[in-house]
Design a protein around this ligand. Structure first.
Ligand SMILES: Cc1cc2nc3c(=O)[nH]c(=O)nc-3n(C[C@H](O)[C@H](O)[C@H](O)COP(=O)(O)O)c2cc1C
Length: 392
């Protein structure tokens, strides 16, 4: 979605301005054309030369600069933009935009553009919490600006508080979501499950599996970036909370079953990428099981709810089959038994890995064997199928 798009990156006079260089670099790496506009104050913190070299494009710093290719047509970048991103955004620039002031190239571009505008504030906590800044931010939100952050943490003043520029990955996710708004899953509600459930044995121990959650998170993020409204029902993972996705945290298979039941209300598709325990301890010990108690410990297990088998409704149902043998035959059997629309068959070796090689089998019997790909690419191939099944 980002390839070939024009991102106008506004950099303002914050101590966090140096982080915008990394943002520009990541944008260039995903194939966007990056046009940087710096405020006068921003040039005190980082040199235009840095952005000139990263983007390979002229950097606009002054509205009346004759050397700039944009000097004559002061709204040229406003028209060229697919998205305008202000990162970091100072309290001053936020106030100017909220008031409609256009006295430098950045504020002028924001006032003139019809493209979506993403604002990532960075400032001292007292500046951020000041009522006037809060009112300005509320005004921008009400006008449809996308606010990303600020985050909580250590600020340049040494204080802890809200005001940090969010991680570049979060700004990238926001850009990706904004650019994908009218993608092929626009208007669709997709529920995705991820992670490995944990079934408690006692207050400190549990039965679980090696699922990292990466496949499910990749599907959720890819669906978000194709315009879908996404709910991610996730068992514990070490992954950061994804931007722009409604996340429901669960622990056990029973929790996941209940959360999925609730989430699928208005869903168009349910994609079950989670590794859900098939069995759980019949009884959870109330206190920690002691080693000295006995030489041997026998656990009695009982079945957990079969989420895919039981959750039905007027939505597409996609399952995963992780098999150690007879991959396609077992996956076909699962597709038939659970009356799924699509099954993604993968070898158990995919669990925890960065890549996956999957076979997609749909309800019509069509079989698509994909090469080994990064999980995000596998996610997009699964969603190609989901989009086409939804439209048929
Ligand atoms: C060392 C230093 C750091 C600053 N950091 C910030 C900041 O993080 N956020 C902010 O809103 N203002 C910050 N300011 C104040 C702005 O630079 C100042 O308000 C400036 O006029 C902003 O101009 P601009 O919005 O046109 O870039 C800082 C000033 C100095 C001297």
């Amino acid at each position: 979605m980002m390839k070939g798009k024009t991102v106008v990156l506004g950099v303002t006079g914050s101590i966090a301005a140096y982080k915008a260089a990394e943002l520009a670099s990541q944008l260039v790496q995903v194939g966007t054309r990056v046009e940087v506009i710096m405020t006068e104050a921003a040039t005190q913190f980082i040199s235009p030369l840095t952005f000139r070299n990263i983007t390979g494009r002229p950097v606009v710093t002054r509205m009346f600069e004759l050397a700039s290719e944009y000097s004559v047509e002061h709204v040229a970048l406003a028209e060229a933009a697919d998205v305008v991103v202000i990162a970091p955004a100072t309290a001053n620039t936020i106030a100017k935009i909220a008031a409609g002031i256009a006295d430098d190239m950045l504020s002028c571009t924001v006032l003139a553009t019809k493209a979506p505008v993403i604002v990532a504030p960075a400032m001292d906590v007292n500046m951020y919490e000041n009522q006037v800044t809060q009112e300005n931010i509320a005004k921008l939100k009400a006008r449809g600006f996308v606010m990303v952050g600020p985050g909580y943490g250590r600020l340049a003043s040494g204080k802890m508080g809200l005001g940090r520029l969010v991680d570049i990955s979060e700004i990238m996710a926001a850009i990706s979501q904004v650019l994908g708004k009218s993608g092929d899953l626009h208007g669709k509600r997709i529920v995705v499950t991820a992670g490995g459930t944990q079934e408690p044995l006692d207050p400190v121990r549990c039965l679980t599996n090696r699922s990292s959650g990466k496949m499910g998170y990749a599907i959720a993020e890819a669906a978000r970036d194709r315009g879908a409204e996404v709910v991610l029902v996730t068992a514990p993972t070490a992954l950061p909370r994804p931007y722009g996705i409604d996340v429901v945290q669960v622990t056990t298979a029973q929790d996941m079953y209940e959360a999925v039941q609730k989430a699928v209300g208005k869903a168009d598709a349910l994609i079950m990428a989670a590794a859900v325990a098939d069995y759980r301890p019949k009884k959870m010990a109330e206190s920690k099981i002691k080693r000295e108690k006995a030489d041997k410990l026998v656990l009695e297990l009982e079945r957990t709810p079969d989420i895919l088998g039981e959750v039905r409704g007027n939505f597409l149902r996609v399952g995963f089959a992780a098999e150690s043998e007879e991959l396609v035959a077992n996956a076909k059997e699962k597709l038939r038994k659970k009356q799924l629309d699509l099954i993604v068959a993968n070898d158990v070796s995919a669990i925890g890995a960065e890549t996956n090689s999957v076979v997609l089998i749909d309800r019509t019997g069509s079989i698509d064997e994909l090469p080994t790909l990064p999980k995000r690419e596998v996610a997009d191939r699964i969603l190609d199928k989901v989009a086409s099944l939804l439209s048929s």
